[in-house]
Write a protein that binds this ligand. Structure first.
Ligand SMILES: [Zn+2]
Length: 386
């Protein structure tokens, strides 16, 4: 089977990563039986994974992102011991970059619960918030802050065409097997001159994104720009600093779409090389987990730091995952729950008899995060870093 780039159509011949027979992990940190294979496009610098089988059913039935609780949220960062949650940060960045006012029509496309729009509608009374997703499971959340006719699932209402001042997409395009199709629909929903604003993971800084099996698309700045231009947008900004580990983009719908040119080959080659280094890191990381585990006595208990993706990766490679006694995470919403069959606890509650810590955090920030934890100061911990 020939796999083509789903942005520019070029055949993908350059495979970066192959999980082989190892289990894959989803963005929700669950194990998936399928194989993860990742390619880079030598024409537009897009990084692309082979789509999971039954991808539509996966999102409709099993994609339970934060559906347990209304207020549950993910930590964006910890500043001087204070948690900043993702929703709060997303709203702040959106308002910083796009002028929003009462009476404007805004649509969150692929919105899930849309905690972001809920917060925004509280902040800007009169803003006409609309929501769209490919599942009915979030309707009970939407009903609490928008009238029913401003929400749509599966099919876009015909009278939404050309209706919106702003369309947003928060961590959604990376899941779509046909992003060109989605962008065409989004362009049609906007008024001429309207703004498309979104966030996607930045695989070049959030390197775990490369091996997440349900992320078909791993956008790079040039591949994202290409996708936007190919759908009649003028790219106003692609920021790799407004949201950690992500690309924030702002694009304007043009009256007359211009032809999109692929990025310069020198830029494509540089990105392909960086993507290959990330892939090589992951290709070897599992073996490194097992090599560290071999240095431990058979019955040594360990704690895992990090209830997210990196932690799940470590668990998936341990020969004796039952040696994990607890998982440490600073997210208060997770503390007190069970994950991988053990309790999630706050750093201060790490039992004194556990002296080995497997650090399941992004290696770019892991040392600093662990070093900044007051409860670990003065403790002698044998730490493994990815
Ligand atoms: Zn391409």
């Amino acid at each position: 089977m020939i796999l083509n780039c789903n942005l520019c159509g070029t055949p993908l011949a350059d495979k970066l990563y192959d999980s082989g027979s190892a289990k894959s992990l989803t963005s929700l940190c669950t194990a998936h039986e399928g194989r993860t294979q990742v390619y880079v496009c030598q024409s537009c610098a897009h990084v692309q994974s082979i789509a999971m089988d039954n991808i539509d059913a996966y999102y409709d039935d099993s994609y339970d992102i934060l559906v347990d609780s209304e207020e549950e949220d993910q930590i964006y960062e910890v500043v001087a011991g204070q948690m900043v949650y993702r929703t709060e940060h997303q709203v702040r960045v959106l308002r910083d970059k796009v002028t929003l006012a009462s009476g404007m029509k805004i649509l969150d496309y692929g919105c899930a619960k849309s905690a972001t729009m809920r917060t925004l509608s509280r902040q800007i009374p009169g803003l006409e918030v609309h929501l769209f997703d490919v599942s009915d499971r979030y309707r009970p959340f939407w009903d609490k802050f928008i009238p029913a006719e401003r929400g749509a699932t599966f099919e876009l209402p015909a009278d939404w065409q050309g209706r919106f001042d702003v369309v947003t997409s928060f961590f959604s395009l990376e899941h779509m097997a046909q992003p060109q199709d989605a962008l065409g629909k989004i362009a049609a929903l906007l008024k001429t001159g309207g703004t498309f604003y979104g966030i996607v993971p930045n695989v070049l800084s959030n390197t775990a994104d490369l091996i997440v099996v349900d992320h078909v698309n791993h956008f790079t700045p040039p591949s994202l720009a290409y996708l936007l231009r190919a759908n009649g947008f003028e790219v106003q900004e692609i920021s790799d600093s407004a949201h950690r580990g992500a690309l924030v983009f702002i694009a304007r719908k043009l009256a007359q779409p211009a032809a999109a040119q692929p990025p310069a080959q020198t830029e494509v080659h540089a990105i392909a090389q960086t993507a290959r280094q990330i892939a090589d890191f992951w290709q070897q990381a599992g073996a490194r987990v097992q090599a560290f585990e071999q240095t431990l006595a058979a019955d040594v208990p360990v704690a895992l730091y990090g209830a997210g993706f990196y932690g799940a990766f470590i668990v998936s490679w341990l020969r004796q995952p039952q040696r994990i006694r607890c998982i440490i995470d600073q997210n208060a919403f997770l503390q007190g729950r069970q994950l991988h069959g053990v309790p999630v606890i706050a750093p201060a509650d790490l039992p004194t008899d556990i002296t080995t810590l497997l650090v399941g955090l992004n290696p770019a920030h892991a040392h600093q995060i662990v070093g900044d934890i007051p409860a670990f100061a003065g403790r002698s911990l044998n730490c493994f870093y990815l």
